[in-house]
Design a protein around this ligand. Structure first.
Ligand code: NAP
Ligand code: FER
Length: 339
C-alpha cells in the first residue's frame, strides 16, 4: 500500500447523444479514490484511449459492447502507474494496461490488468501501434481478409490508427500495391511519403468509385473497411474474382440518426465469388505473439512508422474523442494525463 490522492476526476455520460455528441452529453465529475481491496490495485492513469466504438456505447442499444450507463464513469482502454496495491504480483510503481479509462484514477481488479514495460515501448504505444488498434490491423488484414503476398490492398480511414498500420503491414508482407483513402490532402501525402503506400486519394475531393478506379485500374484483391457507406460500395465494385473485404468498422455511419442505405451492388458478390467478413479484435488474441514479434521487429528496424495524436488534460478528453470522430487526428488518438 501507499498513500494516494484522495479524489480524482472521471468523465460520465450525462445524456445519450442524438446524432453527433455535444459537450453537454458529458460531465467531468470529482469522485473519491477508494483503497484497494484484496486483489485490487489503484492506478493513476497516464494515457487514455479514445476510440470510435465508444460512440456506439453511448446509445442504449444491445451490441457487442454493453451501453455506457448514464451518470457513471465511462469505460475505455488506459495505461497508468500503480499507486496502491493489494494484489499479489503487481507492485506500486508498475505500469499496467486496463479497461477503466476516461478517469484520472482507476480501482482495477489486478486480474483485469496487464503489466507493461515502459522500457520496451513508450506507454501510449500499448494503446495503439502495439495495442488494440495495431492488433486489429494485423488480425483484420492477415486473418479476416486472408491477405497473401502479391495482392492489391485498399484501406479506408488510412491515416487513422488502424488504417495506416493495415497499409504498412500489407506493404511489409509483400503486397503488389497498397492504396489508401483519407479525408485531407496532407494525410494522403503522408500515406505515400512516410508510410510507403503506392497511392492515396482524398475521399472529399470526388466520388470514391472514380478515385479508386484511377488508383487501382486493374481492381483490388482485398478491401479493409474502416468507413462503410460509399467506400464499401465502391470497393465491392473494384474487387476482383475471389476478392475479400474485412469489415472492421463503418465510422461514416456512427452518428447517423437513421440507418444509411446499404451497398447497391451486392449482386456482384455471386459471380465474382467475393467474401465480406466482419471481425472483432477480441476474437484474435491468439495472434498477439506473432503480432508483437512482427510489429516489434519492424519498429526496431525502422520499417514501420507511426504517429500519434496526443491531447493533454483530462478536461480535454471529450474534445479529443469528438475531434477523432471528425478526422482531426492522424494515427492513434490518446489523452495524456501528466502528473
Ligand atoms: P481512426 O481511424 O484513428 O480515427 C477515425 C478516423 O475516421 C478519423 O481520423 C477520420 O479520418 C475518419 N472518418 C471520420 N468520419 C469519416 C467519414 N464519414 N468517412 C470516412 N472517414 C471518416 O480510428 P481507429 O481507432 O483506427 O478506427 C478505425 C475504424 O476501425 C473504425 O471504424 C473503428 O470503429 C474500427 N475498429 C474496429 C475494431 C474491431 O475489432 N472490429 C477495432 C478497432 C477499431 P479522415 O480525416 O480520413 O476522415
Ligand atoms: C472500435 C474499437 C474496438 C471498434 C470495435 C472495437 C467496431 C472492439 C472490439 C472488440 O471488442 O473486440 O472502434 O469498432
Amino acid at each position: 500500500m501507499s498513500t494516494s490522492t484522495p479524489t480524482g476526476r472521471a468523465w460520465q455520460l450525462a445524456a445519450r447523444p442524438h446524432g453527433w455528441p455535444t459537450p453537454a452529453d458529458f460531465a467531468l465529475v470529482e469522485t473519491p479514490n477508494p483503497e484497494p481491496e484484496p486483489g485490487q490495485i489503484l492506478v493513476r492513469n497516464l494515457f487514455l484511449s479514445v476510440d470510435p466504438y465508444m460512440r456506439g456505447r453511448m446509445n442504449d442499444v444491445k451490441s457487442y459492447a454493453p451501453p455506457y450507463e448514464l451518470d457513471r464513469p465511462m469505460l475505455g482502454g488506459a495505461v497508468g502507474r500503480v499507486v496502491a496495491s493489494a494484489a499479489d504480483g503487481v507492485a506500486v510503481g508498475d505500469h499496467v494496461l486496463h479497461g477503466l479509462g476516461w478517469r484520472e484514477y482507476a480501482l482495477v481488479d489486478a486480474a483485469q490488468a496487464a503489466v507493461v514495460d515502459p522500457a520496451q515501448a513508450p506507454l501510449p504505444a500499448y494503446l495503439g501501434v502495439l495495442g488494440m488498434t495495431g492488433l486489429t490491423a494485423y488480425a483484420g488484414l492477415l486473418r479476416a481478409a486472408e491477405f497473401t503476398a502479391g495482392e492489391t490492398v485498399f484501406v479506408s480511414g488510412a491515416a487513422g490508427a488502424v488504417g495506416n498500420q493495415v497499409g504498412q503491414i500489407a506493404r511489409l508482407k509483400g503486397a503488389a500495391r497498397v492504396i489508401g483513402s483519407a479525408g485531407t490532402d496532407e494525410k494522403c501525402a503522408l500515406l505515400v511519403d512516410e508510410y510507403g503506400f503506392d497511392a492515396a486519394f482524398n475521399y472529399k475531393n470526388g466520388p470514391v468509385a472514380a478515385q479508386l478506379k484511377d488508383a487501382a485500374p486493374d481492381g483490388i484483391d482485398v478491401y479493409f473497411d474502416n468507413v462503410g457507406g460509399e467506400h464499401l460500395e465502391a470497393a465491392i465494385s473494384a474487387l476482383r474474382v475471389h476478392g475479400r473485404a474485412a469489415l472492421c468498422g463503418a465510422i461514416s455511419a456512427y452518428n447517423d440518426i437513421e440507418p444509411a442505405p446499404g451497398p447497391r451492388n451486392l449482386g456482384l458478390l455471386v459471380g465474382r465469388r467475393i467474401t465480406l467478413r466482419g471481425f472483432l479484435v477480441r476474437d484474435h488474441q491468439d495472434l498477439k505473439p506473432d503480432f508483437v514479434r512482427d510489429v516489434g521487429g519492424w519498429l526496431r528496424d525502422g520499417k514501420l512508422r507511426y504517429r500519434e495524436t496526443v491531447v493533454t488534460g483530462i478536461d480535454q478528453a471529450v474534445a479529443a474523442f469528438l475531434g477523432m470522430l471528425r478526422g482531426e487526428n492522424t494515427g492513434k488518438t490518446v489523452v495524456a494525463l501528466p502528473e
